[in-house]
Design a protein around this ligand. Sequence first.
Ligand code: PGA
Length: 253
Amino acid sequence: MKKYLIANWKMNLTEQESYNLAYNVKKKFSSTPDLTVVLAPAFPCLRKVGETLKGTKIELAAQDVASASQGAFTGEVSAAMLKEAGCSYAIIGHSERRTLLNESDEMINKKINECYRAHLTPILCLGESQLENSGGQRDAILAQQLQRALSDVSGLPDNDLLIAYEPIWAIGSGEPMEAQEMQPVQMLVKRIISSLYSEKFYEEHIDLLYGGSVSPVNAGSFWELPFLHGLLTASASLDATSFYEIAIQAETK
Ligand code: PGA
């Protein structure tokens, strides 16, 4: 099973800092694990990070993408531009964009369509807040986010989709979800995708990831899950050593 380790650097590093980290990651991962490693620097840093990674198997992701292909959308960056800048993936619907920038499920749906048009693989983020979780609404929220994000997506079911479950309360808190809680989430995601498309499509094209306070201390418990396809990390990915320590634990599982 293909496994992913994705680094979302958020708005933390300048171009020079991104270059330095990418260089260190490249050195650490020279004999790496059988993992698909993906780095998501900020837009202006994509090219330089991409150049640094040339000749390696490490891939590039964008942290977001525009919901339209072209035109008068000041400040936006299209999927085609990101593809040309070297990206293979784009993170879509991260909770910070949903909550801080009011990104709606409808926009997320358009962004997924844009990704497929430009041959980028979307990494769709889902997750409920602390309040929704303690109110027992997790499954309803995830179902709604998934159904709305995936309604009428022309690139499916012929392409791959990465789905990252990232409970908002676990992001940046230092308190990840218990790994065994991923099982009901996986069953839910599988049920919804199977009803929208088919079980065969789920098995062949969906890769389910977990994100939220993943660290070298807890990564092993997630890598152990036989149905989990990988991890999406942010804080721990800002240090090449801790990022690598998360990666090597995948090998031993
Ligand atoms: P974290 O963030 O690893 O810092 O908790 C994860 C994310 O926001 O994707």
